[in-house]
Design a protein around this ligand. Structure first.
Ligand SMILES: C[S@@+](CC[C@H](N)C(=O)[O-])C[C@H]1O[C@@H](n2cnc3c(N)ncnc32)[C@H](O)[C@@H]1O
Length: 278
């Protein structure tokens, strides 16, 4: 099947940061996913799939709520799946596999719950991903999506332009990063996928880091722009990006017991597949 060349690049970029994302980033957004899982309220014993699972922590957070159920984490980057298996392969209530959100191989009507935390923005065809999700859910099943909210309220945003302008390589990673969090977009898209909207909320939150430099390194090395930063920028440009991010983070950081807190906004959507169609 035809895929845009950029999608392969994105898969490679995520694969390269599987360890760094797991270590520097995933834990910092876990509370957002957890709040969304609270809104989803999956039933005990449910069978679930966590799409774009990354290094597996969101799949495990989901499995922890299923008590007696099972969660399959899938990601299109084999390195992410390997990392998740390494970390959580010992658990019997989770499993991991390579799969693409835009064309899931799972059988139609095979799961009760489908989650996707910070994954939809990376799909080249998000509408297809939502249709796949709807098709994979059993009647009465529930889907949860978490996407970034308004760009102006997300602390790490400047890193995109800082790296891309110096690398002279634009929008390769995620041109639609902040589209799905715009007011009305997810409600319309879930409706178009044939799902009923159950809850849609904007979550104003924060991400905690021990210090400014940890946040700066997470923004640069814990995400897929790391490849551009490490391989396309010379030492002077890298230093400029680090310094500009340091100044930005320092200006907006809120001191906290654990170090600093930085603003973030996410949009949480819960939708259901109708139990039966008229
Ligand atoms: C920001 S991470 C989110 C990981 C995890 N859900 C979390 O919240 O920590 C985005 C993940 O989406 C995956 N991804 C991007 N496009 C995908 C696609 N089309 N199908 C499956 N996974 C995809 C990436 O490989 C990456 O692991």
């Amino acid at each position: 099947m035809h895929e845009p060349a950029e999608k392969n690049g994105l898969r490679t970029a995520w694969g390269r940061v599987a360890d760094a994302y797991g270590e520097m980033w995933a834990g910092r957004t876990a509370h957002i996913t957890d709040a969304a899982l609270g809104a989803l309220a999956p039933e005990a014993g449910a069978e679930a799939v966590d799409v774009a699972c990354g290094p597996g922590s969101t799949t495990v957070a989901l499995a922890d709520r299923l008590r007696g159920g099972h969660a399959l984490g899938v990601d299109f980057a084999p390195e992410m799946v390997a990392r998740a298996q390494e970390r959580f392969g010992g658990r019997t209530d989770v499993a991991f596999a390579v799969d693409d959100a835009e064309r899931l191989v799972l059988a139609p009507e095979s799961v009760d719950v489908l989650t996707c935390s910070f994954g939809l923005m990376y799909c080249y065809d998000a509408a297809a991903a939502l249709h796949c999700a709807a098709r994979t859910l059993r009647p009465g099943g529930r889907m949860m999506q978490v996407v970034w909210g308004r760009a102006a309220d997300v602390w790490w945003v400047p890193v995109i332009e800082l790296i891309e302008t110096r690398a002279q390589y634009f929008s390769a990673v995620c041109p639609m990063m902040f589209f799905y969090g715009l007011p009305g977009v997810m409600p319309r898209m879930v409706d178009e996928a044939g799902l009923d909207l159950i809850e849609h909320a904007t979550l104003a939150t924060e991400m905690a880091f021990p210090a400014v430099d940890d946040a700066v390194e997470a923004a640069i090395q814990g995400a897929p722009l790391a490849g551009l930063f490490n391989h396309r920028l010379d030492a002077d440009s890298q230093a400029e990006v680090r310094e500009a991010m340091r100044v930005h983070v320092d200006a907006i950081a809120r001191p906290a017991a654990e170090g600093i807190r930085l603003p973030a906004q996410a949009a949480v959507t819960v939708a259901g597949r109708p139990a039966c169609r008229a």
